[in-house]
Write a protein that binds this ligand. Sequence first.
Ligand SMILES: Nc1nc2c(c(=O)[nH]1)N=C([C@H](O)[C@@H](O)CO)CN2
Length: 118
Amino acid sequence: MTDSVLIEGLAVETVIGVYDWERQIRQTLLLDLELAWDNREAAATDDVSRALDYAAVSDRAARFLEQCQPALLETAAEQLAACLMAEFSVPAVRLVLRKPGAVPGACSVGVRIERGNW
Ligand SMILES: Nc1nc2c(c(=O)[nH]1)N=C([C@H](O)[C@@H](O)CO)CN2
């Protein structure tokens, strides 16, 4: 698959973190997604119902991150990738999840995963 749909810098406020104090606050996560999708049918028909709707994916991803509230970024990334692949019939995902300000001196820290068949 050479085509994809992109979502970059989606900001989500949620509970995430290893430490007790982190379970008492909400922190911002930044999400980048690349979702494998053949865009030719959407282009040929000019019909959003044939496209992978990035607004719908963004909304689902934000709601998922607000609800899952794990300790680790790794857990959030893994579970979110599985959710999006299953619910939107996406064959492959590249996902970057960043936690800005978590480490003093770093503008952000995070994880990157690739799942499915690219
Ligand atoms: N690889 C990871 N390392 C760390 C994580 C994480 O999610 N993945 N989380 C923390 C703490 O929650 C940290 O963000 C608090 O500043 C530490 N290391």
